[in-house]
Design a protein around this ligand. Structure first.
Ligand SMILES: [Zn+2]
Length: 149
């Protein structure tokens, strides 16, 4: 390794975290004038960067960023009333259909074979669990995106 100098990352690790370095790297730098010169350059660079004045914004950064963010859309009273009317109409429609077919509903259910009911329940359960798994995978993907930003 004497003639094979370490990469810049190795020199930087030696300068910044000497205790985490490989012993061969430490021995090489201790005996290699070229790597000692490179390490001294990184030490100088680090001292210069630490000596720089910290940047300070001359404006309120929080206020500027918050003004750029979109606020949640205001839901007006009319939209709430519209959704209540739609839900009420849907409920009335289901009730009307139930009222009209009620006499035949018992005959319809009793005419269904148990095999058809099992098939229906299994299909509905399969679709439900598929949608649940898709929803969970989508949630995990969004969580991963948020975590790595
Ligand atoms: Zn070297």
């Amino acid at each position: 390794m004497k003639n094979d100098h370490p990469a810049d990352e190795g020199i930087q690790q030696f300068v910044l975290h000497k205790t985490d370095c490989d012993q061969r790297l430490i021995d090489h730098i201790a005996h290699c004038p070229e790597c000692q010169r490179r390490a001294k350059l990184y030490v100088l660079l680090r001292e210069r960067i630490e000596g720089l004045e910290k940047p300070v914004f001359e404006f309120n950064l929080t206020a500027v960023v918050m003004s750029q963010l979109s606020l949640p859309k205001y839901v007006g009273v009319f939209e709430n009333v519209l959704s209540y009317v739609l839900v009420a109409m849907a409920g009335l429609w289901v009730g009307l259909v139930y009222y009209l077919i009620r006499p035949d509903l018992v005959k319809l259910v009793s005419a269904l074979s148990p095999m058809f009911i099992y098939f229906f329940v299994l299909t509905a359960g399969g679709v439900f669990f598929f949608l649940l798994a898709t929803l969970y995978a989508d949630f995990q993907q969004k969580l991963k995106t948020l975590t790595f930003r």
